[in-house]
Ligand binder design. Structure first.
Ligand SMILES: [Ca+2]
Length: 402
């Protein structure tokens, strides 16, 4: 049975049994004892069973001392955020939903799934600021009043319209320095955009006013994270397709303190011209080079910086990136979570090092063989790492020790 079959079955079953986990448990030859509970206002996915922690994911590999388990089932799980009260919210983009996954007893497993918002247009980016919930849909940024005890969002305010249709549909948002940053990918694989708000990161006030293009020349910066030590937003960048198996490098970029041009569609990596599109050295000299270059076609999506204290000291302050995995490469790559060591100034001191692998089986020649596709990475108030996976429809929890 391949991943697409599992996912198809899971989607059919999402309102009843936790079948995917059952299948995973069977695959692992472990003895899950299943069971689930339904919340009073829970409509969507059934929660994960409270069993087989760690051993239910025998294919996944992490450094010694780390453990990974399933925190929740969440179809189409993309970006995540924490409510002010410490409840995980996830955008289920393909479902048009934002879902809360409470774990009130801090067991490491969500006890239920609560529909916070439905009928959204590919909701993706989520954030809280001054007690309000911000949601980036494909076509607009919305702000909601938030009721923590009810896990309910109300009173939507439209803060900004975003360019939509054609090409990349994900919109990500992050707060930093009192500003809201919103990423909007390109409308094409490689082209000169007519709308300056595409292939760009916008900056605006939290009420949507004073919006401007902050970073341009970013083909698809799906992951945004605030880096406290540099005082700037950092972004992952998904490079142009069809330049070969190993070009262009995927990038991590520091968006800096002032507006700038990050190269696409003319330049990539360290100011390298895309000659196929007509880039040249002169043009590239005025662009901002990548901070980290990574394997082409890895599809880096979510970014997180580990500000918690659960992981070993050496991992603190480091950046983690979810690689969604390739389609535009003859031999598959990606499908993992990597770590980039940041120094005391918040600057990278390493390239991408494997942290969680195994969704892509060793030696796989075909993307159909993968068992999951990491999307979002987020550290929790408990210091654990949470990883969303829109291939398997799961959210994992990664812990160290205990
Ligand atoms: Ca670039």
């Amino acid at each position: 049975m391949n991943l697409s079959m599992l996912v198809a079955i899971q989607h059919r079953m999402r309102k009843s049994a936790p079948l995917l986990l059952l299948l995973l448990a069977i695959t692992a030859c472990s003895n899950g004892n299943g069971g689930s509970e339904q919340g009073s206002n829970a409509a969507p996915p059934a929660p994960a069973p409270s069993s087989v922690a760690g051993s239910e994911l025998p294919r996944l590999r992490l450094p010694e001392g780390f453990r990974i388990s399933v925190f929740a089932e969440a179809p189409e799980a993309r970006m995540m955020t924490w409510t002010p009260g410490g409840v995980l919210l996830v955008a289920e983009s393909g479902e048009g939903a934002v879902v809360a996954l409470p774990d009130p007893q801090r067991t490491g497993r969500a006890t239920r799934a609560v529909n916070v918002l439905t009928g959204q247009r590919r909701p993706h980016g989520l954030a809280f600021h001054d007690g309000k919930l911000f949601v980036a849909n494909e076509n607009q940024v919305l702000r909601y009043d938030w009721n923590e005890s009810q896990l309910r969002a109300s009173n939507p305010q439209r803060l900004a319209d975003l360019p939509s249709g054609r090409g990349h549909s994900t919109r990500t948002l992050v707060f930093g320095n009192g500003k809201l940053y919103v990423s909007s990918g390109s409308s094409c694989n490689v082209c000169v955009e007519k709308d300056p708000a595409r292939a760009a990161v916008l900056e605006m006030n939290p009420d949507g006013s004073a919006s401007r293009v902050f970073a341009r020349g970013l083909r698809n910066a799906v992951g945004l994270v605030w880096n406290d030590r540099t005082g700037t937003v950092w972004a992952s960048e998904n490079g142009t397709d069809n330049l070969g198996d190993d070009l262009p490098p995927e990038e991590i970029n520091d968006l800096g303190k002032t507006a700038g041009d990050f190269g696409w569609p003319y330049c990539y990596g360290n100011r390298v011209p895309d000659r196929k599109f007509g880039g040249d050295e002169n043009r590239c000299q005025s662009t901002i080079p990548a901070k980290v270059e990574m394997q082409a076609h890895s599809a880096p999506l979510g970014l997180a910086i580990n500000n918690g204290n659960m992981f070993p000291v050496d991992y603190r302050g480091d950046m983690f990136v979810a690689f969604h995995g390739s389609w535009n490469r003859s031999i598959p790559t990606g499908y993992k979570v990597v770590r980039i060591h940041l120094n005391a100034n918040g600057e990278p001191e390493s390239g991408a090092q494997d942290f969680i692998t195994g969704w892509l089986p060793p030696g796989a020649r075909n993307n159909d063989d993968v068992s999951g596709r990491p999307v979002g990475v987020l550290f929790g108030p408990d210091g654990a790492m949470y990883v969303s996976d829109d291939g398997a429809g799961l959210i994992y929890r990664v812990t160290y020790g205990k």
